[in-house]
Ligand binder design. Structure first.
Ligand code: SIN
Ligand code: CO
Length: 379
């Protein structure tokens, strides 16, 4: 895995950062990415905001009034914006831009299972999304331009009612800083913050999701429901005449309780759920199968020569003898486990590392558009 540069966390190593700051307290790093120029310019960003694959939003402020528009946008809409007080946001950059994936790889010391996405915002002076909190761990990396951040650890997280986005009703900042290109601010979840552009500015948000218990439980129950095979039907051959017909008899409750009590799950079921849930692709992602797919034999030869890499929208994780890709699970063994886990960790696999046993599943993923052949290097 990529080593953490001495700049990224302001001289801290990953272990110290995780112990002192992660989920605990903010960290301001000056020059986290020295001479950082960002991964796209405004024209490229606007082009993405006009496409389906990335979630784009436009946040506009007029005094205390906020409005939000959702993409994809037309070029015409984006060319008719006022001189100040708005923000364009585009999420999921890593799905479409190799340079965005390269930027994310600096944060590989945090597991992919926690990664949400890379979002970019562009704002003219006065632009921002208001005082709010996120349910995410976030690294706010400043691109070109300057942004003033005000932050506060506050308990009162009540929101302005009826606003089209989350705006804190009583923002009480206790710290302030101005970020220039390459500076970075880490904030734990639920830390109140407000960023206002001082000049035309880009901000990159590297977000790490922390799903609520509510979400985990309801998604797990849905997963369990999908796989449950439950036979039988409610039966009461022992039914007795009842004086109060509206009364739910305790005997009926006990019978139903016994049925519910027969639902069990194992650690394997939980692993299968977690792997499937965390690799479920974003709704906008469409995997494009190769137009003229190679035959299985030609594919193996091409893999050996050039290797493969994951498509931008592909999510891949592994646990024990399972690998998960885009919501699917595959059992691996001693013959194909090492290369497939390597592909998940590095998002690419060199040709000589691909074993014969891995080829079948790689070919299937290639046909699905989950992986691409790497371009052959010219010498
Ligand atoms: C922004 O980039 O304007 C907003 C990022 C955030 O506050 O999470
Ligand atoms: Co935020």
């Amino acid at each position: 895995m990529r080593a953490v540069s001495k700049h990224l966390l302001g001289g801290l190593n990953a272990t110290t950062f995780l112990r002192r700051h992660w989920q605990k307290q903010p960290l301001l790093v000056r020059g986290a990415f020295p001479a950082f120029e960002g991964v796209l310019d405004l024209d490229e960003m606007q082009e993405l905001a006009c496409r389906e694959e990335c979630d784009a939003r436009l946040v506009l402020r007029q005094g205390q009034r906020w409005s939000v528009e959702h993409g994809p946008f037309s070029r015409k809409r984006l060319s008719r914006l006022p001189a100040r007080d708005w923000t364009l946001l585009v999420q999921g950059l890593e799905r479409v831009l190799p340079a965005a994936r390269e930027l994310l790889s600096h944060f590989n010391f945090i597991p992919y299972s926690r990664l949400d996405d890379l979002m970019v915002s562009y704002a003219p002076p006065g632009g921002g999304v208001g005082a709010h909190f996120d349910s995410y761990d976030v690294f706010l990396l400043q691109g070109p331009g300057q942004r003033r951040w005000r932050v506060g650890r506050q308990r009162d997280l009540s929101l302005v009612e009826g606003a089209p986005l989350k705006i804190l009703r009583n923002f009480a900042p206790d710290g302030e800083c101005v970020l220039s290109a390459g500076d970075m601010l880490y904030l734990p979840p639920e830390y109140a913050h407000e960023g206002v552009a001082l000049d035309a500015c880009f901000t990159y948000s590297i977000g790490f999701r922390a799903p609520s218990h509510r979400e985990l439980v309801s998604r797990f129950l849905a997963h369990l429901d999908d796989g449950l095979e439950i036979d039988g039907r409610y039966a009461d051959p022992d039914l007795r005449a009842q004086a109060r017909p509206a009364h739910i008899d305790i005997g009926m409750v006990a019978k139903i309780e016994a049925v519910l009590g027969s639902i069990t799950w194992s650690r394997r079921d939980v692993v299968a759920f977690v792997g499937g849930y965390l690799t479920e692709p974003a709704s906008q992602v469409v995997f494009a199968s190769p137009v003229r797919a190679l035959t299985r034999t030609a594919f193996s030869k091409a893999v050996r020569q050039a290797g493969v890499e994951l498509a931008g929208g592909t999510l891949m994780l592994h646990s024990g003898s399972e690998v998960f890709i885009n919501g699917e699970s595959h059992r691996v063994d001693g013959r194909n486990g090492a290369p497939l886990r390597e592909l998940a960790d590095r998002r690419r696999l060199q040709g000589h590392r691909a074993t014969a046993a891995a080829m079948d599943v790689l070919y299937q993923w290639y046909r699905n558009g989950y992986i691409y052949l790497r371009k052959k290097r010219r010498i």
